[in-house]
Design a protein. Structure first.
Length: 152
């Protein structure tokens, strides 16, 4: 079975896109040599006209990378074959949280749970008890109890 890399390179893509894809694949192949200690915080995202775009999941690391981008570019240059022209002109760093961080942000986002008065919440609970469908009423009651931490 052919790899996805070989298949995409065999497609009839415009030359500039094919060139950017080849550079991106090379960057991914030497990635661990350049960023061995920080691999879990940063990752390559794209290459566009000689600009390598790197996603960084930590704000402190983002500032550190931006300050040292010339050293990083030199590391890549040192790993590139000497007989051909080095394709990267510069590096652009952007904040890109990991999937785990995005999920953590969603879960920990504070929702204003004080928008209802206690009396109103109790009235809602009583209304849920009077619904014609007892199963639906029980579900709404459980939702209110869990969401607003009510004690009845």
């Amino acid at each position: 079975m052919e790899s996805l890399n070989k298949v995409t390179l065999s497609l009839k893509l415009p030359p500039k896109i094919k060139e950017n894809l080849e550079i991106f694949l090379w960057v991914k192949s030497v990635w661990h040599q350049v960023f061995s200690a920080k691999e879990n915080k940063i990752r390559p995202i794209n290459v566009d006209n000689g600009v390598l775009i790197i996603g960084v999941s930590d704000h402190y690391e983002l500032q550190n990378m931006q300050a040292n981008y010339l050293k990083i570019l030199e590391k890549f240059k040192g790993l590139f074959p000497e007989n051909s022209k080095f394709p990267l002109r510069t590096i652009k760093f952007i904040y890109r949280p990991t999937k785990e961080e995005k999920l953590k942000l969603k879960m920990s986002s504070k929702i204003d749970r004080t928008s209802f008065r206690k009396e109103d919440l109790k009235a809602l609970m009583d209304y849920c008890k009077q619904l014609s469908d007892p199963e639906l009423g029980a579900l709404f009651q459980r939702l209110l109890k869990n969401y607003y931490n009510l004690i009845t």
